[in-house]
Design a protein around this ligand. Structure first.
Ligand SMILES: *Cc1c(COP(=O)(O)O)cnc(C)c1O
Length: 400
């Protein structure tokens, strides 16, 4: 996830145009801004890049999830299905609306297992959020088909996979909404920031109003203070400096993916010498954004032993089974229902009754897979020295 690796002159140039006008707000300031609308331009270019009709910029990927869920009418009493391997933000957004996250298993794509998804649909399911983890697609065609059969909208959490695609169609364009993050470690970054994509103009209008306190953005003689509102909203507005950075980063996205694909190939080759190694399954390998290289070993014991040797040689991989931010059994605050609210909300209702109970052993298939999974982040700039270090580590690990 290397937006920061290629941060430089282009970003500076875009941002300076904002400094030159002095307008940081995405709306209003008609004359002073001299035609500079960075956030709006970033939205238009991002939508075009993803092949959708509309994109709404917001303050973060977490905000993007909230805006999408709100726009689909999700709230207390509803269930939203997502996967047990994702960043905490996905279910934080669901819980923050008072809805209940229901977790599906993953399969060897390391994303939502459509078979388990279908088992977890109930009459209360109001949205499904597959997460395109680590640069590559979930089985999105099957997921969208199942969801359509049940009349449930899909939100694609594409925070980790901008620019990735399936059969030439960009992720974030398959569901009712796609959500993206531009936080400091994502593939392209605006420091903090997010985007919601859709092909539905009515849905987009709701995003646009909700993220700006309900402002309807209809031109009227009273200006912004005279604008109408249809419902209560919130503030998730992106600022012009972020829009400027987004424009510069988006222009580099295809080049980032291209470089990563080359480096991923080199890394994969040197790792292939480890006996018993196999690699993540891709729905469409040509559409992989190549931000991560994930591989499997035959058993949990072997996985730990191999990673111990890789670590000794300065090339340890990420072992998500032990990572506290991305994997269900490690989310102790979710499992125990830790919240700041006196009432215990959203884990308890106003009467001290538990609304939801999570079983740490509830996702055995995911545990079996994640326990055997090791992951390298793929850099845009991979030095020969680093590659040689990984190769040496892999050679040592082959003897385990
Ligand atoms: C990073 C991330 C988010 C949240 O994005 P922020 O911009 O950091 O709020 C949501 N989902 C996934 C899968 C992520 O990796």
């Amino acid at each position: 996830m290397p937006g920061f690796e290629v941060f430089g002159e282009e970003e500076r140039k875009e941002a300076m145009q904002v400094f030159d006008t002095g307008v940081l707000f995405r709306y209003e300031f008609g004359e002073q801004r001299r035609g500079v609308y960075k956030v709006r331009e970033f939205e238009e270019r991002f939508a075009a890049y993803c092949g959708v009709s509309h994109a709404q910029a917001v303050t973060s990927g977490t905000a993007a999830l909230k805006v999408a869920l709100v726009a689909l009418g999700v709230g207390p009493g509803d269930e939203v299905i997502t996967q047990g391997f994702t960043f905490v933000a996905t279910w934080e957004a669901i819980l923050d609306l008072g809805a209940v996250p229901v977790f599906s298993e993953i399969d060897d794509t390391l994303n939502m297992d459509p078979v388990d998804l279908e088992k977890k649909i109930t009459p209360k399911t109001r949205a499904i959020i597959p997460v395109h983890m680590m640069g590559a697609a979930a089985r999105i065609l099957e997921i969208v088909e199942i969801a359509a059969r049940h009349g449930i909208p899909v939100i694609e959490d594409t925070a980790q996979s901008p620019g990735a695609s399936v059969h030439g169609r960009k992720l974030g364009s398959f569901g009712a909404c796609g959500t993206f993050s531009f936080d400091p470690v994502k593939t392209i970054t605006t420091g903090e920031g997010g985007m919601v994509t859709t092909n539905d103009p009515d849905l987009w209008r709701i995003f646009s109003e909700y993220q700006d306190h309900g402002h309807d953005h209809v031109q009227n003689p009273g200006g912004r203070g005279g604008e109408g509102r249809r419902f209560i909203g919130f503030n998730f507005r992106m600022m012009e400096l972020q829009g400027a950075l987004g424009l510069a980063q988006l222009a580099k996205l295809d080049a980032i993916i291209k470089e990563q694909a080359v480096n991923k190939g080199r890394m994969r080759e040197v790792l292939s010498s480890i006996p018993g190694i196999s690699f993540r399954t891709y729905v469409d390998v040509k559409g992989d954004s190549a931000t991560f290289l994930a591989f499997f070993l035959p058993s949990i014991e072997k996985t730990k032993a191999v990673n111990a040797v890789l670590r000794e040689h300065g090339a340890g991989a990420v072992y998500f089974a032990e990572n506290t931010w991305h994997y269900y059994p490690q989310w102790e605050h979710l499992l125990s229902g830790s919240t700041l609210a006196h009432s215990g909300w959203p884990f308890q209702d106003g009467h001290g009754r538990r609304r939801v109970i999570y079983d740490p052993q509830g996702l055995p298939q995911s545990a079996e897979i994640i326990g055997r999974t090791l992951v390298y982040q793929v850099p845009v700039k991979l030095s020969d020295e680093r590659l040689a270090q990984i190769a040496l580590a892999a050679k040592a690990a082959a003897l385990v």
